[in-house]
Design a protein around this ligand. Structure first.
Ligand code: NDP
Length: 480
């Protein structure tokens, strides 16, 4: 038998992806470094469709129809490099190697260049939706050449999630574009999660609500423009009771958020591109602070000064403040997406990709962790060209923020007065205010830079670079 697609690496992600492929009529070649994983997949799920298991990579490659197409789903980093090498050695020009792992996009750019020089296609493909998505329909973000997309497109479309009748996959752009967009997706995911966590904290410590009450609130919010997978699962987490203690599960979970690095990459990349992704950065830093175990313990022991976090509101005021939080969450979320898309735009410019922002928003509507109804309006805004400069300037979002603005300010102000940390809310609001400021204090910074380093500055009334002969200590002032 001949397979039209193969999967290398049959741990959680690879085996689920292979099953998804088989269930959609593909004949799937299988290979894993240790054969027991392959055997396990065959014995437990061999009936999902047509599989061709192999014990060696050579056998695996021989079982593929030309152009041979293989998706690698192994540990990111050195393991991926090793498997690429093995595959490239066994394959022939015209064949396609797909990396479906969470690879760093610069690695993908490097690998694509190497593999292309050997006459093969290399496609870095972002896969979002976790294990469940891999099995039942992920959001897929492939990069690579147009030519490889011709072969790969129909296969990926057969397994992707479907949103409003459309498969959640599009050819993002050449070489590392797919992994770049997947990276930013993860960054946005970080900020979505942080904003939800801040909302929870305000209701918990500020308003004294129980996890179940807050879970009910998120369930309500899920019927509004906030409707999304992350809001939905937040409600589920908050309703969960710990079997061992009978307490809300959230109260027995250690309050240190883990991370695997894609959020950090998003921020590092944004820094080098000069794009202010403040919402995403605060989300990454907040996880960082949560993990500073020793400092936090010591601060708790010493007892750093601050007000009591309880807001002591009347029932009516409480209701109003909950609405304020909902508005603040929506406004901050819009900012985080605007910033994420700014980063995609800047990346596209820097690396020469043509990325269709509207198409990116569309493929995030299903399958992935940040899937949300709101992405429909995001994609419309890009489609119509109204978000060309910034998502925040598209009329729909401009108006949405106008409606949320006062609430947003009240939330940040109250949180600050009550000593409740809201880094993502606050930084998003500051970004918004920075963006709408006709004049920023950056003029002063330019003055400082010119004084201490003769870095020069531009003038509002004339083109060119100017330098002032600043007075030196002990010398008389000199006219500019
Ligand atoms: P792991 O990241 O745990 O990797 C395990 C797989 O890698 C096994 O098949 C293992 O083979 C193989 N492997 C490890 N080292 C080597 C090596 N040197 N040579 C050959 N094969 C090797 O598996 P996951 O399924 O969790 O993830 C796979 C990829 O998908 C990763 O890049 C991950 O970042 C990405 N991803 C994961 C998501 C998730 O939710 N888990 C979501 C989206 C992407 P063996 O059995 O022989 O040890």
């Amino acid at each position: 038998a001949i397979a039209n697609i193969g999967v290398v690496g049959l741990a959680a992600m690879g085996s689920n992806l292979a099953r998804n492929l088989a269930r959609h009529g593909n004949t799937v070649a299988l290979y894993n470094r240790h054969y027991d994983r392959t055997e396990k997949l065959m014995s437990e799920h061999g009936n999902d469709g047509k599989f061709i298991p192999s014990k060696t990579i050579q056998e695996f490659v021989a079982s593929l129809a030309k152009p041979r197409t293989a998706i690698i789903m192994v540990k990111a980093g050195a393991a991926t490099d090793a498997v690429i090498e093995e595959l490239a050695d066994a394959m022939e020009p015209g064949d396609i190697i797909v990396d479906g792992g969470n690879s760093y996009f610069m690695d993908t750019i490097r690998r694509e260049k190497d593999i292309r020089a050997r006459g093969l296609h290399y496609v870095g493909c972002g896969v979002s939706g976790g294990e469940e998505g891999a099995l039942n329909g992920p959001s897929l973000m492939p990069g690579g050449t147009e030519e490889s997309w011709k072969t790969l497109g129909p296969i990926l479309k057969s397994i992707a999630a479907v949103a409003e009748g459309e498969p959640c996959v599009t050819h993002i752009g050449e070489n590392g574009a797919g992994h770049f967009v997947k990276m930013v997706h993860n960054g946005i995911e970080y900020s979505d999660m942080q904003l939800i966590a801040e909302s929870y904290d305000l209701m918990r410590r500020g308003l004294g609500m129980s996890p179940v009450e807050i879970g009910d609130m998120f369930e309500e919010w899920n019927k509004t423009e906030l409707n999304s997978y992350l809001i939905e699962i937040t409600s589920e987490v908050l309703h969960q009771v710990d079997k061992k203690t009978g307490k809300p599960l959230v109260d027995v979970i250690v309050d240190q958020a883990g991370m695997k690095g894609t959020g950090t990459w998003t921020v590092q990349t944004a820094l080098s591109l000069g794009v202010p992704v403040t919402g995403i950065a605060e989300a990454v830093f907040s996880r960082g602070l949560s993990g500073q175990e020793a400092q936090r313990a010591e601060a708790d022991k010493v007892g750093l000064a601050g007000p009591d976090t309880a807001m002591n509101l009347s029932a009516e005021e409480r209701k109003a403040f909950i609405e304020d939080i909902r508005h603040a969450l929506y406004a901050s979320k819009i900012v985080a997406y605007a910033q994420g898309f700014d980063e995609i735009n800047a990346g596209a410019k820097e690396y020469g990709w043509k990325i269709d922002q509207a198409a990116v928003a569309r493929i995030w509507r299903g399958g992935c962790i940040i899937r949300a109804q709101f992405l429909n309006v995001v994609s419309d805004a890009f489609e119509s060209g109204q978000a060309d400069v910034s998502l925040l300037l598209a009329p729909y979002f401009k108006e949405a923020i106008e409606q949320a603005e006062e609430s947003w300010r009240r939330v940040v102000a109250q949180a600050s007065l009550k000593g409740l940390p809201v880094p993502a809310f606050a930084s998003s609001l500051s970004y918004y205010d920075g963006l709408r400021s006709k004049r920023l204090p950056a003029a002063l910074i330019q003055g400082q830079r010119d004084l201490f380093g003769a870095h020069t500055y531009g003038r509002v009334d004339a083109p060119g670079a100017f330098h002032t002969l600043w007075a030196e200590p002990g010398r008389p002032e000199i006219e500019a």
